[in-house]
Design a protein around this ligand. Sequence first.
Ligand code: SF4
Length: 223
Amino acid sequence: MSYSKDLLRQILNKIDGKVALSFSYQAEDVVVLHLLSQCKIKSLEVFTLDTGKLFDECKELHKETEKFFKISIKKYLPKKNDVKNMENKLGFLGMRESLENRHLCCHVRKTKPLGRALKDKNAWITGLRAAQSITRSELRFVEYDEKFDLFKINPIVSWSEEDVFGYIKKYNLPLNSLYSRGFKSIGCEPCTRAVKNHEDVRAGRWWWENPEHKECGLHVKER
Ligand code: SF4
């Protein structure tokens, strides 16, 4: 684990310009934030995509994390007109009716705001892990993201779920209370549910879809 911190520090030392961490209320994001807090980076922006569909527990973690790390987490919101037009078309839970609808909702509420968040950044740090799902198995510690034209750094790419929760416990870091209610991955309220112990980490995300479709477009590579 100290390997992740040391390599992260070395890579960040070589990157000019602005660096951002996307914070999506997962245990992994808190771990990465803690690693970054020990790297002494000059210009780090910690941001979240406030989709308008977040659980109250995420809003609580938002405040708790700001207090714990003495930072401000910047919110990027979808454009009101985009949301209005989409809701007129899809209705309230239309994202569950087809993959096309769900992708449209994720595009409006997540991908477009992410584009604004990353527009002036040179590197994007995430809490992604390769073991989380079939769609993430080829992730690397550092890669070039063609879609957003920047370096993408995944410092805990090789960590296991046990590593993450062991680290949280060791440093007594803030944790989303949804985990204690059986959630294993955190997303928007209409698209995320608790899972059984034997189920996959991402089984509660878009549970009506096949595993190979379970990404919101933020981490999909250009082909
Ligand atoms: S996760 Fe669900 S509610 Fe959130 S942006 Fe995607 S489709 Fe919309």
